[in-house]
Ligand binder design. Sequence first.
Ligand SMILES: Nc1nc2c(c(=O)[nH]1)N[C@H]1C(S)=C(S)[C@@H](COP(=O)(O)O)O[C@H]1N2
Ligand SMILES: [Mo]
Length: 537
Amino acid sequence: MQTVDESSAARERASYSSRKQIIVSSIAALCAGLVASLTAVLLMAVLRLVAGVPSPVELFGDRVLKLMQAGTFVNFLIRFGSHAKTVPLGLAILGMIGLGTVLGVLYAMIARVQLPASGYRSTRREWVTAAAFALLMTLGATLLFWTETAQNFFGLPYAWARFVTILSLLAEFALYGVVLCIVYRGILPKKGVAGSTQAAQNRRQLLARACAAVLGAGATAGTAGVIEGLLNNYSSYDGMGTFTANGFIPPITPNNEHYVVTQNAVDPMPNLDVWRLEINGLVANPGAYTFDELQKLPSTTRPITLECIANGPPGHLISTAIWQGVTIRSLLDKHGGALSNARYVAFYSVDGYSISQPLDVVLQADALLAYRMNGAPLPNRHGYPLRVLIPGLYGEENPKWVTRVELTDHFVGGLYADQGWYHGALHTLTRIDRPFGKLPLGQTIEIGGLSFAGNRGIQRVEVSADDGVTWHDATLQPALSQDSWVFWTWQWTPLLPGSYTLTARATDGTGAVQPSQKQGTVPNGATGYHYVTVQVA
Ligand SMILES: Nc1nc2c(c(=O)[nH]1)N[C@H]1C(S)=C(S)[C@@H](COP(=O)(O)O)O[C@H]1N2
Ligand SMILES: [Mo]
């Protein structure tokens, strides 16, 4: 019996030339790598859904976006249009699965299983290789995505978020390693064993391979389901602009008409049980607040206009709301004030978004941590439960879903600062909202619009109906606050038919006249006048 077995084993081995060895184990490795990747991707999707853990794909996206220059970034947004988030993330998932599949071959090279394999049990060498893969992948991802790891879409505080993200990476890559190891071993062709018929052995082998295929297909279907669920909450990049009816807009924008901009494919939904506001760094007494505790602090309420840096003179990425919250100044006072070496305030959000601004800019603007918007709880897409408002700066400097205020002695970057966007005082803007189109001759027509200069306020607006040759003082409506837009009108009676170019310019509270020089939005924010052509007949 023994001799028969040995000679058949020798025959089997002889039938595996080294070339066939390589081909068969590579195919098995690719299959195992694919199934392992699909399984790990399912775990990533599930952790994203049930625990708000950023998936490696999102971490990767965040990392890559920060490496892009503002101009490249905007071209990329234009190229992908309304799919600017889904298509790149989808491609990143496919890329990650591809990488995990190919890594299977590296695993097989290191695991070195002689074909035909003896039995279904992975050897110690295979397990150690798989474990090393999992650890190295976790380490690599942690180092590569370090600054992005401190985010959690359920609102875990900064340090917890980082811990949970790294732990999840370990779980995801460990699952990859385990599945890779078991599936690779399971689907490799096996040596014959004594005491079992060839048919029984073939059945077992077929069953093992079918299990692997079912696992891969099931994981794919599961992932598709989870992603579909996540995309129910898909957040578009540039949301809506404020709405104009006939060139009139309400001075206070209703919450559902306030413009929205978000970096996220799916916005965070912080859970108040875990969410905290931390104040730390170079402050005398660091501390943390639950949402309830925060709401018990003295609060202030004021209208503030927000404008995205991507808004040009004709644009509608500008809105005004009445915000209620706690001022940074009062919060700092409560914590014993800033230490003498504090120069900047950095804000961190649960979606990994961060900015910093000089401490004196933040104090001078009397920046606010707001939790109510127009009398309602802060809507999720505007940063529930808490967002920053620093009047005088473009929208990008107003983090939503904020969780940490840190005083530092150095500038802290973030998505838009890293891309090279301007983060100084916003440029004065004047927009003409009416009239437009064809106008009747011999009647008085109201030219109306708005001007905005951040917290510098507006002291004068001039209108021209002859392309800037002559200027006329417009009538200003009282400002809602120092930090809000100002509406203005000028009564115009055109005396001749023809085409007219209307334009307007504002003088801000410091006496500076809006610059006429035309500059696009990227990367420094737009300057120049808004021109509107009308026909009088
Ligand atoms: N956490 C976080 N804060 C953020 C952003 C973001 O993507 N994540 N986008 C910024 C940008 S670019 C703008 S213009 C404003 C828009 O605020 P809104 O959506 O409430 O109008 O939020 C800013 N704050
Ligand atoms: Mo923005």
